[in-house]
Ligand binder design. Structure first.
Ligand SMILES: Nc1ncnc2c1ncn2[C@@H]1O[C@H](COP(=O)(O)OP(=O)(O)O)[C@@H](O)[C@H]1O
Ligand SMILES: CC(=O)OP(=O)(O)O
Ligand SMILES: [Mg+2]
Length: 396
């Protein structure tokens, strides 16, 4: 029996699962959420034990240490050497990485160098890789890239309408993110549709703290809402999504707190989105609780929904229609009000939601039998994909 650990560090969370491979049996799993916010929550599930603790966890390095302590504390492992493979989600692989790769010192260096393409993620991903490699020098360490699935996008979709040299000399283009999730849920949706994936057109809405929407044709990403970095696309927990870049110099000239372009980008990454508009929180649960009594929270909710609807509309055009629309990730899987509001504006496309199915905890189809586009809630499982890639790359 070999134990493989999959680590999925998101912008606000760290999810992990320990598997027995190749059986894909989940031995234990955990979630550390609200990293960087007050009252972070860490949950561990192991056999019939479940523990939830509320702590203040400031960053991902601290989260890695909590995860490692928990592995020993719950006797999930007696010795770290029982873990023979560790897979890490890395958000940005640029044009260097088109598939998952075994970590070498050079690969780790490249992950760090790609931080400009995912400033909230790659540094945390690299810190996680290093922490585990120090403790588990003999385990196979694998990196699984969010951008890999999107390397099938056609050039007309991934290029920006800038002078060509910024692409050829600087690599400025759309890379997308959340690819492991879009890949996984689109395959699951094809199963639910009962069709070979080659015959499907699917729009996948991965809406978590970070959020992106993808047009998937025949199982391949053909367009996606995130861009050069995960700042682009729809409005998110703390990120703006699409912006007019002319705002950048204007704000630098007019706000003394913003000295340069980096300050503006940091503000747009960390202080904007739901948090910035509402002034309350980046967490959709808190926005929903406040929106009936607080006008800013109500506006934040409406803007959030509006941006998701617009990208779904774009991708219905890109694909010239779709067989299915999938909701996944923290908000997409759990928030009935967000799904309800998004879908209420898409009835012209023949999308019909069944309110009896669009309830908390339901997975699978939430549309009516006559809906022209099937609507599915599919829990994503980036960790399973990561564990499979580790297994495939392990030196046997
Ligand atoms: N029941 C719920 N209703 C609304 N939003 C939820 C619910 N549960 C979780 N969320 C949202 O999911 C987000 C986390 O999503 P997740 O996909 O785990 O994020 P990450 O981007 O860190 O991977 C939280 O910010 C929270 O707003
Ligand atoms: C790329 C990205 O935004 O990831 P997450 O949603 O996990 O923060
Ligand atoms: Mg995530």
């Amino acid at each position: 029996m070999t134990k493989t650990l999959a680590v999925n560090a998101g912008s606000s969370s760290m999810k992990w699962q320990m598997y027995e491979m190749p059986e894909e049996k989940v031995l234990a799993k955990g979630l550390i959420e609200r990293i960087g916010l007050k009252d972070s929550i860490t949950t561990v599930k192991f056999g019939d034990q479940k523990e939830e603790r509320v702590l203040d966890i400031e960053n991902h390095t601290q989260a890695v240490h909590i995860l490692l302590d928990d592995l020993k504390r719950f006797h999930i492992v007696e010795e770290f050497s029982e873990i023979t493979g560790v897979g890490h989600r890395v958000v940005a692989g640029g044009e260097l990485f088109k598939k998952s790769t075994v970590v070498t010192p050079e690969v780790l260096q490249q992950v760090k160098e790609l931080s400009a393409l995912a400033p909230l993620h790659n540094p945390a991903n690299a810190a996680g890789i290093e922490a585990f490699m120090d403790l588990l020098p003999d385990a196979t360490s694998v990196v699984v890239f969010d951008t890999a699935f999107h390397t099938t996008m056609p050039e007309k979709a991934y290029r920006y309408p800038l002078p060509k040299k910024y692409y050829t000399e600087n690599g400025v283009r759309k890379y997308g993110a959340h690819g492991t999730s879009h890949d996984y849920v689109s395959k699951e949706a094809a199963k639910l549709l009962g069709k070979p994936i080659e015959e499907t057109k699917i729009i996948t809405a991965h809406i978590g703290n970070g959020a992106s929407i993808t047009a998937v044709k025949a199982g391949k990403s053909v367009d996606t809402s995130m861009g050069f970095t995960p700042l682009a696309g729809v409005m998110m927990g703390t990120r703006t999504g699409e912006m007019d870049p002319s705002v950048f110099p204007y704000l630098i000239a007019n706000d003394s707190e913003l000295k340069d372009a980096q300050d503006v980008v940091d503000m747009m990454n960390k202080k904007s989105g739901l948090l910035g508009v509402s002034g309350i929180s980046s967490d959709m649960r808190e926005i929903i609780d406040a929106k009936d009594t607080n006008a800013d929270a109500k506006l934040a909710f409406e803007m959030y929904v509006d941006r998701i609807q617009k990208f779904i509309g774009q991708y219905l055009a890109v694909l010239n229609g779709a067989d299915a629309l999938v909701f996944t990730a923290g908000v997409g899987e759990n928030s009935v009000p967000v799904r309800e509001a998004v879908l209420a504006g898409l009835t012209w496309f023949g999308i019909e939601v069944d309110p009896a199915k669009n309830v908390f905890g339901v997975e699978g189809e939430i549309s009516t039998p006559s809906s022209r586009v099937k609507v599915y809630v599919i829990p994503t499982d980036e960790e399973l994909v990561i564990a499979r890639d580790v297994e495939a790359l392990k030196v046997k």
